[in-house]
Design a protein around this ligand. Structure first.
Ligand SMILES: [Zn+2]
Length: 302
C-alpha cells in the first residue's frame, strides 16, 4: 500500500467508525424504553377457615375428617358473633319428576350438641337410595354461638331463643305474654323483641321462603320423642326408640310458623340426651324410620 493510499484510508476509516458509532447511538436512543421490570407480587392464598376444626371441639363423636368430608359451604349469613351458618345442598337423583325437598336443621339450641352431631352422622348415609331421591338442604349448626360458649347456651349471642323468634299468629301479643306468664321470664326462653330479630332465625325463615321445603326436620334434645306439626293429621308412630308425643305449640316456634304460615309440616326430633349420642344403631334407625315415614306420608306436589 502506498503512503498516499494509507493517507486517504485512515480518515475514511475514521469517518466510517464515527458514522457507525453515531448510528448505534441513534438507534439506542430511539429504541423504545423497555418497560420497567415488574417486581413479582406474591399473593398469599387466603388460608381456608378451619370451621370444622372449631365445630368438632364442641360436639360429641364428630371427627374433623367426618365434618370436612361433608363439604359444608358458607351460606352468606353470619351468626351474631360472626361464625358462618354452614349448609350443604344435595340434589336428587332425578328419578322423581318433582323431588321431595327437605330442609334439615340441627343445633338451633346451642346447649343440645347431640342435635347437631347426629346430623353429621346422618349425612354419612346420603348415598342410600331412600335419601338420594330427595333434594336436601342441610344446616347442622344453626346456633353456632350458643354451641361455642362455655357453658353452652340454648339462646344465641343476643340471648334470644331462636325457636321462639319465628312468625306466628299474634306474635307481638302472645310471645312476650307467654314468656312472662308461663316461663316466668326464663332467660333461656326469651323470644326476642320482634319476630326474626336474629340473623340465625332469619336465615331459617329466608331459606324456607326460597327453598320451599315440603317438610322441615328440626333436631333437638333431650325429651326423647318425636313431634309432628302438620296441616294434615298423620303423625308418625315412632322413629327408632323415639315415640310420637305432642310437645305442644309455642308462640314463635318453628313448628307454629311452619304450620300456620306455610301449611308446611315440621318434624321435631327430640333425642334422648343433649350431650350423649345415641348408639350408632339407634341413630341409623331414627334416620331410616323417618325417611320411610316421610316417603309414605309427605307428597311433593310442586
Ligand atoms: Zn331444643
Amino acid at each position: 500500500m502506498s503512503s498516499d493510499t494509507r493517507r486517504l484510508l485512515i480518515p475514511a476509516a475514521a469517518i466510517l467508525l464515527a458514522f457507525i458509532i453515531s448510528l448505534t447511538w441513534l438507534l439506542m436512543a430511539t429504541k423504545p424504553a423497555s418497560p420497567p421490570e415488574k417486581t413479582p407480587v406474591l399473593v398469599k392464598p387466603e388460608p381456608k377457615p378451619d370451621w370444622c376444626g372449631k365445630l368438632v371441639q364442641h360436639m360429641p363423636k364428630v371427627s374433623k375428617e367426618m365434618c370436612e368430608g361433608i363439604g359444608l359451604q358458607p351460606t352468606g349469613t353470619l351468626s351474631v358473633k360472626g361464625f358462618p351458618i354452614l349448609a350443604r345442598d344435595y340434589v336428587s337423583d332425578g328419578k322423581r319428576k318433582v323431588p321431595l325437598r327437605i330442609l334439615l336443621i340441627g343445633g338451633i339450641h346451642g346447649d343440645e350438641p347431640t342435635s347437631a352431631a347426629i346430623v353429621f352422622h346422618w349425612l354419612q348415609n346420603m348415598h342410600l337410595p331412600i335419601a338420594h331421591s330427595i333434594q336436601w338442604k342441610v344446616a347442622p349448626v344453626v346456633n353456632p354461638d350458643g354451641l361455642f360458649v362455655t357453658p353452652q347456651t340454648r339462646v344465641n349471642a343476643n340471648g334470644v331463643d331462636l325457636n321462639r323468634n319465628f312468625y306466628s299468629p299474634n306474635w307481638e301479643r302472645d310471645a312476650p305474654k307467654y314468656w312472662q306468664q308461663r316461663t316466668k321470664n326464663d332467660p333461656r326462653r326469651y323470644p326476642g323483641k320482634t319476630p326474626l330479630s336474629e340473623p340465625e332465625s332469619r336465615w331459617v325463615h329466608d331459606t324456607i321462603e326460597s327453598f320451599k321445603p315440603h317438610v322441615v326436620i328440626s333436631v333437638h334434645a333431650p325429651l326423647g320423642e318425636v313431634d309432628f306439626d302438620g296441616p294434615h293429621d298423620v303423625p308418625p308412630r315412632r322413629f327408632g326408640r323415639l315415640m310420637y308425643n305432642r310437645i305442644g305449640v309455642y308462640p314463635g316456634s318453628l313448628g307454629n310458623y311452619g304450620v300456620d304460615h306455610r301449611q308446611m309440616p315440621v318434624i321435631t326430633i327430640e333425642l334422648e340426651n343433649a350431650r350423649q349420642m345415641p348408639t350408632e344403631e339407634e341413630g341409623r334407625r331414627i334416620w331410616r324410620d323417618m325417611l320411610i315415614w316421610i316417603s309414605r306420608n309427605i307428597s311433593a306436589k310442586s
